[in-house]
Design a protein around this ligand. Structure first.
Ligand code: ACO
Length: 325
């Protein structure tokens, strides 16, 4: 069975905020942020939610795929910043778009969330359980940022991206998703944390917690620069595809310097590593599908092109996938 992406979509909040504007909130500068990260601006929610952004992205992806919501069997939303614990964002998306037949649930693997959700949906489709899946990565990270911590709040943005994934038995389907590798290393989880609300019940009360993102930036940098190239090489080896055949390495947009380090270790030209973090910042699980949608809508993806996708982030979690467009 061939499993392929047949549509992409994205939705960003209405308000874009430049580095200059951020420098009026915390002690920072456009120069510092650009030099260290490559980020020039990000979109921040002025009321948009994980569910509303995911809904917009999913509607656009369905439109591109030429599918109706009623044809969707499975909806997965990857997020680490949902505004509702119950119901999950995927069920809200299901209701919003009217995908009455779909099974819907959320998945949290931080910045690897979209990759892991893609792999999960792939397994369902490959097994013949479902035929059509909608996978979104959606984040409103601005609500879990400490807006007095210049070391983190300048890095992240809000937004959502989605793809339609279909099982296709036709002869001209190409190869679609070819192979995945994915890993988790919980022993290094403290490098990037965000605690949930404190336990408070009639029998036990915890101290109030810091419920904002706290990050050891250098540790994350080292992890990504070291582990991601190894993971990409592994998936290429597993699928027997030479790296020279890859048209684009579509990587999680954490930081331009991380991506440069990865390109160097892979010994591949930077022109094969598309970037959009200049305009959108780090959107965690939304990063990959928003960039994929941008490439598709700019006409840069042709049928038959081979791509590597790679996500990495809190957990720690990381993975890579090879696909034919
Ligand atoms: N503006 C100005 N100065 C700042 C800022 C800021 N926004 N943030 C930190 N500084 C200061 C610090 O206070 C410190 O000052 P000091 O020397 O007087 O104490 C100085 O800059 C250096 O701070 P570091 O934290 O050591 O800065 P570093 O050079 O490591 O850069 C950065 C920080 C950009 C976060 C870097 O560690 C990095 O790129 N890490 C990767 C992490 C990442 O991208 N995370 C994204 C989320 S995880 C993911 O998506 C996988």
């Amino acid at each position: 069975m061939i499993v392929r992406i047949t549509g992409t979509g994205s939705m960003l909040p209405a308000k874009q905020v430049t580095n200059l504007e951020i420098s009026q909130i915390v002690d920072t500068s456009d120069e510092w942020i650009r030099e260290r990260t490559g980020i020039g601006a990000r979109y921040l929610s002025t009321g948009e939610t994980v569910a509303s952004l995911a809904t917009g992205a999913c509607e656009k992806a369905l439109e591109m795929a030429g599918r109706t919501a009623e044809e969707v069997d499975l909806i997965l939303v990857a997020s680490c910043s949902s505004e509702m614990l119950l119901p999950c964002s995927a069920c809200q998306v299901q209701a919003n778009i009217g995908a009455r037949r779909a099974v819907a649930f959320d998945l949290n693997a931080a910045c690897s969330g979209f990759m892991f959700a893609l792999n999960t949906a792939y397994a369902y489709l490959q097994a013949g359980i479902y035929k059509t899946a909608l996978i979104a990565g959606s984040e409103v990270l601005s609500k879990i940022m400490d807006w007095e911590d210049r070391g983190t709040c300048v890095l992240f943005g809000d937004g959502a991206g989605a793809v339609v994934l279909e099982a296709d038995a036709s002869t001209n389907a190409g190869r679609g998703l070819i192979g995945f590798v994915q890993y988790s290393d919980g022993s290094k989880g403290e490098a990037l944390v965000c605690e949930s609300r404190a336990l408070h019940n009639p029998y036990y009360s915890e101290e109030s917690k810091n419920t904002y993102v706290q990050m050891d930036g250098r540790e994350i940098f080292k992890f990504a620069a070291r582990q991601v190239p190894v993971t990409i090489e592994e998936v290429l080896q597993k699928t027997a595809i030479p790296k020279e055949e890859i048209s684009y390495f579509v990587l999680h947009q954490a930081n331009a310097r991380i991506i440069e380090a990865i390109a160097k270790r892979l010994d591949m030209g930077l022109e094969k590593f598309p970037l959009n973090l200049d305009q959108v910042g780090n959107m965690s699980s939304a990063s990959l599908p928003v960039l994929l949608d941008k490439l598709q809508r700019e006409g840069r993806l042709d049928r038959g092109m081979k791509l590597v996708l790679s996500g990495f982030g809190a957990g720690l979690t990381y993975g890579a996938c090879v696909l034919e467009w």
